[in-house]
Design a protein around this ligand. Structure first.
Ligand code: C2E
Ligand code: CA
Ligand code: CA
Length: 562
């Protein structure tokens, strides 16, 4: 009787198997083989198993305890949950995760997979379980850079939890690094990987131990938190924000923040696919709100977001078809002294599918964000200039004001386009005013300044729109020489009621005149306001409902025929 036979017992079906161990071990090098006698629970292990994991002999009675003692503490719970399943025939492998960090002979914890199969005797009774422990370089399905599990495993983990506790609540969170591509672009991908690994580690360190972090596509991470309430999620997100800040300190030049989106179950959705999508939508909204924050999914924001996306598609189609659903309205601008018509401002409108007219505030911000304002802007200028040219037959010095967003001004082909457009229509450039509607911070002042100068030299007038709000301020006036400023209508709204507002408007006009800039007052709705602006403020031009609403071309043209 061999020593092994003595240990496993003469009746054990494991008898004779030891000769296969050596062969198996050769076929799958670096793997560890073991076989369990299901009756006696005795387990026979391969030679390398015994030596590498310090087993006292090739046959042990306490295999489960020994293996469990090698598992990384964070993985123990998962191990215990899944290990029972290892021994059940036909248990769907996909539903379980048999990967754990195991303490390797060198003392390090490495990801290893444990797989196995049952062997039946001639009566169909399972007698042996043969298993294999296979160490991996990185975990299967894991991201090469961070070592974290990926999207599929994230979805599976959510699905598993929802299936096992259908009545529980919790959250699916997607964290996105803001502007991380700037880091890889500036410092190279090698450094990007180091930073990404460090960020993943820092986030993992601030998470409670039973909430693993997943690495999803691009620079996003997934976090799945059973039972978490919004307040706890916010606290955890704050600590994630803090640990991102630590990254900046590694090197002063590195600046990276994170945004996050959270979807709650069962309130928002009750399946993994929808929850992940909603968390992504919430992340997108957090980014749109200015990044470095968390946003919780809400039906209303989702509907608005979908409306915007739908609108974006419609506009894209509309642009592809030559802007056919856009049209321009014209609002009269008058000389403040006598109310005489001097020109008009062209205002964009859009026909929705149901034929209703959509106001620009509903779509201009989206056109700007997506840069679709560039082709639409060309269409606006082309049409407004053509209209001005037609109307100059009735009124040779008719002035046309056209809204231009900074995005258009920053585009390099903009000036040549305008130059060519004016030449084609044979129009006097001094009858055209560009109203600069400020909507974002200027990155390249030098270029924008040069554009201003080009337009000045061409003879086009520049107006600063919405003066007093947002970026259109005194600072702007100091940097740029404009021909005209348009005082925003919020300052006119209460001009009759508020002495403060009256003084504000009066002295702003005085200030502008002192630097040689003319002033147009917007939003004049009442005669009394007009009289005040004319007599006490010395305003140059007026635009407001008191003198006319924005009108379709056919309606506006009647003004000339009176
Ligand atoms: P804005 O350039 O300040 O245009 C004036 C807005 O004030 C217009 O709204 C006009 O209808 C409204 N308005 C004029 N007088 C009065 C008044 O007496 N009372 C009141 N309550 N409102 C008055 P609209 O047409 O909805 O345009 C809103 C904004 O959309 C514009 O503000 C402008 O920033 C932007 N926009 C419009 N057309 C274009 C365009 O062609 N290109 C670009 N980039 N932006 C445009
Ligand atoms: Ca304007
Ligand atoms: Ca304005």
């Amino acid at each position: 009787m061999t020593e092994i036979t003595q240990l496993i017992g003469e009746q054990s079906p494991l008898n004779g198997m030891q000769s296969y161990f050596g062969v198996l071990q050769k076929l799958a090098s670096h793997s560890y083989i073991f076989a369990a006698d299901l009756k006696t629970k005795r387990v026979m292990v391969s030679d390398n198993f015994m030596t590498d994991f310090n087993f006292p002999s090739r046959v042990v009675d306490d295999f489960d305890e020994r293996l469990a003692s090698l598992i990384y503490p964070d993985d123990i719970e998962r191990y215990e949950k899944s290990v029972g399943k290892l021994f059940i025939k036909d248990e769907g492998d996909d539903d379980f995760d048999f990967e754990y960090r195991i303490c390797r002979p060198n003392g390090e914890f490495n990801w290893s997979v444990i797989k196995g199969a049952l062997i039946e005797d001639e009566n169909g009774e399972a007698t042996i379980w043969v298993g294999m422990l296979l160490p991996m370089d990185v975990r299967f399905g894991a991201d090469k850079v961070t070592g974290l599990l990926g999207r599929d495993e994230f979805a599976k983990a959510i699905g598993r939890e929802l299936k096992s506790s259908p009545d529980a609540s919790g959250a699916v969170i997607i964290i996105g690094l803001d502007n991380f591509n700037v880091i890889t672009e500036s410092y190279g991908h090698g450094f990007g990987d180091i930073a990404l690994r460090q960020i993943a580690q820092n986030i993992t360190d601030v998470l409670p131990p039973d909430f693993p972090l997943y690495k999803l596509d691009g620079y996003t991470f997934g976090l799945f938190m059973p039972y978490a309430m919004p307040e706890e999620i916010e606290i955890i997100f704050s600590s994630i924000q803090l640990c991102m800040r630590e990254i900046r300190n590694v090197d002063d030049t590195i600046y990276c923040t994170a945004s996050a989106g959270a979807a709650l179950y069962p309130t928002d959705a009750a399946d993994d696919v929808t929850l992940m999508r909603y968390a992504e939508v919430a992340l997108e909204i957090a980014r749109q709100k200015g990044r470095d924050q968390i946003s919780f999914f809400s039906k209303e924001t989702y509907d608005r977001w979908r409306y915007d996306i739908g609108m974006q598609n419609l506009m894209q189609n509309c642009i592809a078809k030559g802007c056919e659903d856009f049209f321009l309205c014209y609002q009269p601008q008058v000389d403040a002294k006598d109310g005489r018509l001097i020109g008009a401002e062209a205002l964009l409108r859009w026909y929705d599918r149901d034929g209703s007219v959509v106001a620009p505030m509903q779509f201009i911000p989206m056109l700007e964000k997506s840069r679709m304002i560039i082709p639409v802007g060309h269409w606006i200028i082309e049409n407004a200039v053509a209209t001005a040219k037609r109307w100059q037959k009735y009124m040779p010095d008719f002035q046309m004001s056209i809204n231009i967003s900074l995005y258009q001004l920053e585009e390099h082909m903009f000036f040549p386009f305008v130059e060519d457009c004016l030449a084609r229509h044979e129009i006097d450039p001094s009858t055209i005013t560009f109203e600069l509607t400020e909507s974002h911070n200027v990155y390249d002042w030098e270029f924008v300044n040069q554009q201003f100068k080009n337009f000045h030299d061409l003879g086009i007038k520049i107006a600063m729109d919405d003066f007093g709000t947002g970026y259109a301020s005194l600072g702007f006036l100091k940097n740029f020489k404009c021909n005209l400023i348009k005082i925003d209508r919020v300052f006119i709204q209460d001009v009759l009621k508020s002495e403060f507002d009256r003084n504000l408007v009066k002295y702003t006009i005085k200030l502008c005149h002192s630097i040689g800039t003319e002033v147009c007052i917007e939003g004049v709705e009442e005669e009394k306001a007009y009289i005040f602006l004319r007599d006490e403020c010395n305003a140059d031009y007026i635009q407001g409902f008191f003198f006319g609403y924005p009108e379709m071309e056919e309606v506006f043209v009647r003004r000339f025929k009176k």
